[in-house]
Design a protein around this ligand. Structure first.
Ligand code: PEP
Ligand code: CO
Length: 445
């Protein structure tokens, strides 16, 4: 294979490439970005890789979740805190039911670029470039707003830094302390039909901690506060390249995030994205859709993980409730036959998207749950460990996905549909999913 460099992807075919109107403006923005400090450190990235290796071996569980796309104007203390709260609550349920430490990863502090199936959006006969996330252009439907603007990369970097700074302060300040899960209660959720079941689990964890500390005389140590990691789809390669830095040992890291992933639309083995990912030392995830066959998957593993490094690759399958039973077993077998250990994670969101009669993009809670249930049982039947889950969710009270404990219907979608891209689980639906998943995990362990 040819030598790798942070810019070697430029000689490969890039799907979802952005055509900026001015090369000079683009170069100026990238130069500025490349001079700014990194957002994360190689030590943190390495510590995550080791934890993911544990999860691949069945000793931990990965919870990854957040918005489909973050928005610059949602970089507010409330939105960030609520997202952190729901992820911490879900992780508490998973700690208790999987009987394992949970690795918490947000789709956060950098999830600003979106792949689109259509390059153009047509409204009433007017055709404009599609919205591709706040790091590229703006969602308003005018030519000026849809024009890619390289200065938005600097805004995205700054918003990521502000978000991460706030998360770090909260976590270090004790917000994520397992002794005080009451910090994570969301006001509007007090009357949720699920509140009772969740609080019983929270009391269970508090009781276990008390037992360890008072009866066994051990300090909960690592359990005392929890790590929180960031992830995003590393789609906009000029941006990712500018944040790619060398550590003291000469290894290249993408230091804009701990855990970048390759999206389904950019996972071509000979393509630019795979070339870029090949050379970075971060743990990486690959989205696996129904089109991926065994040969393609094994090719990707050979290119991206030639050294078979534990924790290096997470495979996030997003096959859909209707197709998982047919598509997943051969992929599991192929990985086993190749003698590889990967961390398997299930994204039950992206294979279950459909449009309602008026064209609103949605997902039904029952499809999401059905895909998840099948994922656990297929892995189990195939002698494999499903060690993670990947959700699109928010801590806000939105109405974007159907179903759940309050049985949201088509009519509810009009009330609080805020996503410009994919529909997210709201706070209650996310917690309900964690509780339902908890029952599966308790039964299987
Ligand atoms: C996403 O995670 O938002 C996404 C676009 O996923 P996929 O590449 O699996 O379609
Ligand atoms: Co999405």
């Amino acid at each position: 294979m040819d030598a790798w460099a942070p810019e070697s992807w430029r000689s490969k075919r890039a799907a979802q490439l952005i055509a900026y109107p001015s090369e000079a403006d683009l170069a100026r923005a990238l130069e500025e970005l490349a001079a700014l400090p990194p957002l994360v450190t190689p030590q943190e990235v390495e510590s995550l890789r080791q934890q993911l290796a544990d999860a691949a071996a069945g000793r931990r569980f990965l919870l990854q979740g957040g918005d489909c796309a973050e928005r610059f104007d949602e970089c507010t203390p409330e939105v960030i805190t609520n997202k952190l709260k729901i992820l911490l609550q879900m992780s508490l349920v998973l700690v208790q039911t999987s009987r394992r430490p949970v690795i918490r990863v947000g789709r956060i502090a950098g999830q600003y670029a979106k792949p689109r199936s259509d390059a153009l959006e047509v409204r009433q006969g007017v055709s404009l470039p599609s919205y591709r996330g706040d790091v590229v252009n703006r969602p308003g439907f005018s030519a000026a707003e849809r024009q890619p603007d390289p200065r938005l990369m600097l805004r995205a970097y700054e918003r990521s830094a502000l978000t991460l700074n706030f998360i770090r302060a909260l976590v270090r300040g004790g917000f994520a302390d397992l002794h005080h899960p009451e910090n994570w209660d969301l006001d509007f959720a007090r009357h949720s039909p699920l509140a009772g079941e969740y609080h019983a689990i929270a009391r269970g964890v508090a009781g276990s901690l008390e037992f360890m500390e008072n009866i066994l005389g051990v300090r909960a140590g690592e359990m005392h506060w929890v790590d929180f990691f960031t992830s995003h789809e590393a789609l906009l390669l000029p941006y990712e390249q500018a944040q790619t830095r060398r550590d003291a040992d000469g290894r290249w890291f993408n230091l804009s995030t701990h855990f970048p992933w390759i999206g389904m639309r950019t996972a071509e083995a000979g393509g630019a994205h795979v070339e870029y990912f090949r050379g970075i030392a971060n743990p990486i995830a690959i989205k696996v859709g129904p089109a991926m066959n065994e040969a393609w998957l094994l090719d990707l593993l050979d290119i991206l993980d030639p050294g078979r490094q534990p924790g290096r690759v997470t495979l996030v399958h997003r096959l859909g409730a209707a197709r998982i039973a047919e598509c997943l077993p051969p992929l599991i077998k192929a990985v086993q036959r190749a003698g590889r250990t990967v961390l398997w994670s299930c994204d039950p969101m992206h294979g279950n998207t459909y449009a309602t009669h008026d064209g609103t993009k949605t997902r039904h809670f029952d499809d999401i749950l059905r895909e998840l249930e099948q994922a656990f049982s297929i892995h189990r039947a195939g002698g494999s460990w499903l060690g993670g889950v990947h959700f699109e969710l928010t801590g806000e009270d939105v109405t974007e996905c159907l179903g759940g404990a309050r049985n949201l219907t088509d009519a509810d979608l009009k009330r609080a549909y805020r996503s410009e891209v994919d529909p997210r689980l709201n706070y209650e639906q996310a917690l309900e999913l964690a509780l339902r998943m908890g029952r599966i995990l308790s039964a299987q362990i």
